[in-house]
Design a protein around this ligand. Structure first.
Ligand code: GTR
Length: 351
């Protein structure tokens, strides 16, 4: 008895038991879905995450990335994740809006003042709170990836809110986005991402809205030539793990997966910055016009109804306020969620 205790203590001290345990543990192949193709910043970051997992576990835990929407649309794959037939998914956070209501907050129009503000809020307590809120819906939120700012693109320049009147605009399949389009005075057509090119080409919609890498990566710039910098939302990308699958993992593996996801965020931000510059160069070289003199105030002033409809609970109000209170500047700490109730929320007046 004594001798075996001594042996265990010695082995533990030498780190051998962990090694023995790891060698015995069954191999785990995780599967993740993304609608983007292999060179998009989100998919590249997922591959980094997989490499790190394989490296840290000597190949015991691996991540198979299904890019290009091979496993289905964002809506279909988040359902697979919820049901536990898929381990993980990377989607725009708007795909989660109808399932996990607090995810509407970071998609709200004109909420973030800048990329720095968005990073600080999502890296801090508000970001954690949003991910945590999705657990009861069957998702373990692992990370946010960059998605820049979304702007409207169509066949004519958009300079002020009035230019949007009656326009048929494709939006993400999310109630929040229908409300944003309506507040712009446009008619919303919710469609899966993969159907937007044809919708623009056939005139089913006149317009769409997205960041520049999406405008470029989907070749929408070939069909509609004016990208007007309304920069109305910074809805981030998100990586979600299936709670059903998560609960079957050891605590050590859960920690490893969390760390690997967090570490891929740093790489994603670099890829994103590069891709934004490359995409901008590509679309302008191909003859697209970037309209910069947009009266953004006319857009942000019109967003009151969206806030009134989607920021209704004390939790959402406090979260919006906590995000608005996150200070700019390198040394300011990220804000903690404020105690409810908060003062009525309104979009930031200017970016
Ligand atoms: C992109 C995002 C996609 C998808 C798309 C959309 O920016 O990367 O995941 O959500 O927007 O508008 O559907």
């Amino acid at each position: 008895m004594r001798a075996s205790k001594l042996l265990v203590a010695t082995l533990l001290a030498m780190g051998c038991l962990n090694a023995v345990h790891a060698a015995d543990a069954p191999k785990i192949e995780l599967r993740v879905s993304d609608v983007w193709d292999d060179d998009y910043p989100t998919v590249r970051a997922l591959r980094n995450m997989g490499e790190l997992l394989a490296q840290r576990t000597n190949g015991r835990v691996t991540l198979k990335v299904f890019s290009g929407g091979a496993l289905g649309s964002e809506k279909e794959t988040i359902e697979q994740v919820k049901g536990g037939t898929l381990d993980m998914v990377r989607v725009n956070i708007s795909a989660m809006n109808n399932t996990c209501p607090l995810t509407a907050v970071p998609a709200l129009p004109f909420l973030f003042r800048s990329v720095e503000h968005m990073h600080k809020a999502l890296d801090g307590a508000p970001g954690e709170q949003i991910l945590k809120a999705c657990e009861k819906e069957g998702y373990v939120g692992l990370a946010y990836y960059d998605s820049g700012a979304r702007s409207v693109y169509t066949k004519k320049p958009i300079r002020t809110l009035a230019d949007m009147k009656g326009m048929k605009i494709r939006v993400q399949p999310s109630d929040l986005w229908v409300s944003v389009a309506n507040a712009m005075g446009a008619n919303a057509t919710p469609l899966p991402f993969g159907e937007v090119y044809t919708a623009l080409k056939t005139g089913l919609t006149d317009a769409a809205e997205n960041n520049i890498p999406s405008y470029e990566g989907t070749k929408h710039f070939e069909v509609v030539k004016f990208y007007s910098k309304t920069e109305h939302s910074m809805a981030p990308e998100v990586v979600m793990f299936s709670k059903k699958k998560w609960d079957a993992l050891s605590k050590a593996d859960q920690d490893l997966i969390k760390e690997a996801a967090k570490s891929s965020v740093t790489q994603n931000r670099k890829y994103w910055a590069d891709r934004e510059a490359q995409s901008l160069a590509k679309v302008t070289a191909a003859g697209a016009t970037i309209v910069s003199d947009v009266d953004k105030k006319s857009f942000s002033d019109a967003m009151g109804p969206v806030y009134a409809k989607f920021v209704t609970t004390d939790e959402a109000k406090a979260l919006v306020k906590a995000i608005q209170d996150v200070k700019d500047g390198p040394d300011a700490p990220a804000a903690k969620p404020a105690a409810a109730p908060a003062k009525p929320a309104a979009p930031a007046k200017k970016k």
